[in-house]
Design a protein around this ligand. Sequence first.
Ligand code: CP
Ligand code: NVA
Length: 308
Amino acid sequence: MRGRQYISVLDLTREETLEVLRVAQHLRLQRKAGIRRSDILRDRIWVMLFEKPSLRTRATFEVAVRELGGHTFFLGPNEVGLGKREPVKDVARNLARWVDGIFARVFDHGVFETFRRYAPSLSVINALSDLEHPMQALADFQTMLEETGGDLGFHLVFIGDGNNVANSLMLMSALLGSDFTIACPPGYEPPEDVVKRAKEVASKTGSRIHITHDPVEAVSFADFIYTDVWASMGQEHEAEERKKAFARYQVNSQLLRHAPEHAKVMHCLPAHRGEEISDEVIESERSLVFEQAENRLHTVKAMLIMLS
Ligand code: CP
Ligand code: NVA
């Protein structure tokens, strides 16, 4: 799969995605047994090109590359100025002369189309864009599969904004055959083309994709309840307006009273406690947030192995 790209969840087939998840689970068990190192990425160099802040995505990538025997270096917004200091196509053609892969966190998902066109020999992984966060979805599916003992027949319910994380979770549910519901305020649904694509894929796998504005109805049939910030990076100026629109959509103890007892709570982090999730719930035994964070490491390692 060298030179392949993982920009959208749908860049891998169902079988390839399941293989990444199997490798990730193997790596998790190996690491628990104290086995961390290999030289699969020996002499490979990946650049991290980030336009936005990050803890989990950056740290897990750096640890992953080191443990796999490769090298990585970081270029932040002040160094590169994608499309500002120089055109994205020039950035792509420069990097293509030096490195084997680009791990990029960008505002505009369209940047990846330029990478595809001008650096076709490079592996490219989407580390979050305005449209998708596929590496997060992989870690979340690993987490849910651990909980269900490998059964994909669960119902994932997302409460909140139809954002990058919601889009990738919806697409991965469709691809792998799990049911997905999003409960969001009117006007904050996932983009129509993403929903259409998810439903097309779901029609082949048996997954059901549902959009509602009623969080109580949505959690009543959830196995997993997921939420994310109401204003994503780059939308800070909309934060106040969004707080009003999303007020009914907080994942808290009151909402969880309507959920099955076994339903677990998830969040990609960072969380705004007191907004999309209450402190009590995120700190409760139902919360899987640090399992998800751990699995960011195993899944990104597995993806690097697949792409190497
Ligand atoms: N969940 C996630 O992507 O976290 P960071 O923004 O800290 O990388
Ligand atoms: N939706 C959030 C996810 C952060 C990991 C954002 O884009 O800011």
